[in-house]
Design a protein around this ligand. Sequence first.
Ligand code: G3H
Length: 506
Amino acid sequence: DGDVFKYYCEGEWKKSASGKSVAIINPTTRKTQYKVQACTQEEVNKVMEIAKAAQKSWAKTPLWKRAELLHKAAAILKEHKAPIAECLVKEIAKPAKDAVTEVVRSGDLISYTAEEGVRILGEGKFLVSDSFPGNERTKYCLTSKQNTDRNSHFIHVPGVQIPLGVILAIPPFNYPVNLAVSKIGPALIAGNSLVLKPPTQGAVAALHMVHCFHLAGFPKGLISCVTGKGSEIGDFLTMHPGVNCISFTGGDTGVAISKKAGMVPLQMELGGKDACIVLEDADLDLAAGNIVKGGFSYSGQRCTAVKVVLVMESVADTLVEKIKAKVAKLTVGPPEDNCDITPVVSESSANFIEGLVMDAKQKDATFCQPYKREGNLIWPLLLDNVRPDMRIAWEEPFGPVLPVIHINSVEEGIHHCNASNFGLQYALRLINSTQLQGCVFTKDINKAILISDAMETGTVQINSAPARGPDHFPFQGLKDSGIGSQGITNSINMMTKVKTTVINLP
Ligand code: G3H
């Protein structure tokens, strides 16, 4: 049945034996756009078995060869940017221009990963024992980052940083291509095999991306892509004994995964209530521009979106006016027209956002624009004079709604950001106070650095909106926002395990 996109296993495109499919709803039309296979648990078992076997020989493949294939995949991906971007527009309502950027950025990420892998996995360390108290120079310790195989004719490194085995990659709907390759590239260059479970919205873009790896000529079974219902294969995948590492980006599901996963390394990037602190001496035009870009690009559906503005009372009104003027210029409509604000990913997401807005309305937040919604399309909304008893002060809308809270001191802003200054009444909300990134606007660099140190967040941007990129920068969330650190180098290291060989001298 030609209407259902096949899943990828053993280097081939296959139909699921289930005979069932999962529908992908276009967020703009709210009609079924594509269908993908609803894979079964038996098919997951098969994929795991094949991935394990493929990894063994891949680990013996020379680094330069792994890098060469990755460079090839990157080039093919960029060549296919148009059809992949079209899927992103239809599946997740990403503005057309941003969709192309996502694919190109992904190609660059793969190439950089290949180069970085060759550099860092090609290095080794040599330690001698007499640098530690009480030891003579009787031991040499060898560690390198390249895989070894005593039967192999080309690698003779006695100490190693070995691949983990099979990596399970689960990217989110908002970057189904970019946040897939940020896991696939590091996994493969480090000698692992990879099983991809794409999000339902974005699955077809991900399948097209996988096809680029297929065309590049990677060994059969090294990469697999299974699609299906979370209820059928979600837990089955994440708790599968064949999985040696999970790299996940998404929402609360990540917390559940981390509780269920066994003794495997986890890399988690979850949500966050990224705060933007604006001081009295800030360049308010710069701040307003970044707040609008940070809060509203891709309709606020980024884990790094500005999700709460904490502004000093004395400049709050001026800042809000400047933000309002810029919000008024945002275009609203379909992603095909490259509008700034496009429909949010699903009806349930739109309903959730609306719930936060209604709560704020009931509690008398100032609406800088009238609330407007048509289907999944929500007009950009700035809520001023938000107070801590409103849900929007703490919860992540993942939509085009941005709360502004007035503060009277830097400490108050930091306390809100770290959610440590609110009574027991709000204690339950601490879980939502997690931060991936934060930002601070001030001309005083010393102050900025002190605030950065005080904010309990993975990254603080000084005088700019939060953003993950450039993709080789370390990227991490604290508390419930994540486990481990990403960025190309960190991901490569995370997907390997150190092993050393010690030579004992007589
Ligand atoms: O949604 C989470 C992404 O990691 C954010 O990436 O800052 O490039 O939009 P971005």
